[in-house]
Design a protein around this ligand. Structure first.
Ligand SMILES: C[S@@+](CC[C@H](N)C(=O)[O-])C[C@H]1O[C@@H](n2cnc3c(N)ncnc32)[C@H](O)[C@@H]1O
Length: 261
């Protein structure tokens, strides 16, 4: 079954659906984006790598920020997403390429800053990716990583037992459903210093939570045999009823980590 939240290498998802998913999520997080560039000190003339760049909107924003003396490079394992990124426009000081974060095709110490937004949760060997990001950033340069910790999903308005099964199955369906809480571990092992890993909770309306997370989570639970289809349907009906009463809540903890080489 195709799943818009499965971005692992070799996933057989529908690229157009994944692009709609990425655009939808990006719209929700747009206001906070500039703040992350400032936090990481991305300024004129910087050379910046975005690992797992998806459709490349951040690369274009960074290219505008670093100006003609700088460079923004986006790398992603998905040929379809890199093609979409290129079709959306490649600024003169930007580049997109297909490749794996676990084997970055760049020399040591060649970037001022490296970013990995919602990448590590999809990578089979996240420590290898963290090691590679450490290798390509210069001493004094920084890494910014953002990942949800999917085990921390909070749902109000549904049966407790089914909710636990669905959350567990969703966590286990990802390469690393605990990616958020593991940022610190990966940064320490790679050699980064000054690691600041900040958790914050984001919440979504029922419509957004269902489209971006819960539909996939239910599918993962059914695939894993954790839940029968009618139990899952009853769970969703319960959430819809809670939403109609105004008592539905969805939240998840997101970790934003900045570390220095
Ligand atoms: C959830 S998307 C996030 C895209 C983008 N960073 C954003 O915030 O919109 C995860 C991205 O990581 C890419 N990806 C997954 N595994 C990868 C790997 N091992 N190396 C490089 N990219 C990978 C996927 O193809 C996908 O574009």
């Amino acid at each position: 079954m195709s799943d818009v939240t499965d971005f692992s290498i070799g996933a057989t998802g529908d690229a157009d659906a994944q692009i709609r998913y990425l655009d939808g999520v990006a719209r929700l997080g747009a206001q906070a984006k500039d703040a992350t560039f400032v936090m990481q000190g991305i300024e004129a003339n910087a050379r910046v790598l975005d690992c797992g760049c998806g459709v490349g909107d951040d690369v274009r924003a960074i290219a505008a920020r670093v100006g003609e003396g700088g460079e923004a490079i986006g790398i992603d394992a998905s040929e379809a997403l890199i093609a979409a990124a290129i079709a959306r426009g490649v600024p003169a000081n930007a580049r997109f390429l297909t490749g794996s974060a676990e084997a970055l095709p760049f020399p040591d110490r060649s970037f001022d800053a490296v970013r990995a937004e919602r990448l590590l949760q999809h990578v089979a060997e996240p420590q290898r990716a963290a090691n590679e990001m450490y290798r390509v950033v210069r001493p004094g340069g920084s890494l910014l990583a953002i990942d949800q910790d999917w085990q921390s999903i909070i749902i109000a308005g549904a049966d407790r037992s089914a909710t636990r099964k669905i959350v567990d199955a969703f966590v286990d369906s990802l390469a690393d459903g605990w990616a958020g809480r593991r940022h610190r571990e990966h940064c320490v092992a790679a050699g980064f210093t000054q690691i600041e890993s900040r958790p914050f909770v984001t919440s979504l309306s029922f419509a957004h939570a269902y489209a971006f997370v819960l539909e996939s989570a239910v599918a993962a639970a059914i695939r894993a045999g954790a839940l029968e289809r009618d139990e899952a349907d009853a769970w969703v009906r319960g959430l819809l009823a809670a939403d109609a009463r105004g008592t539905f809540f969805y939240g998840v903890t997101v970790f934003l980590t900045i570390a220095v080489r």
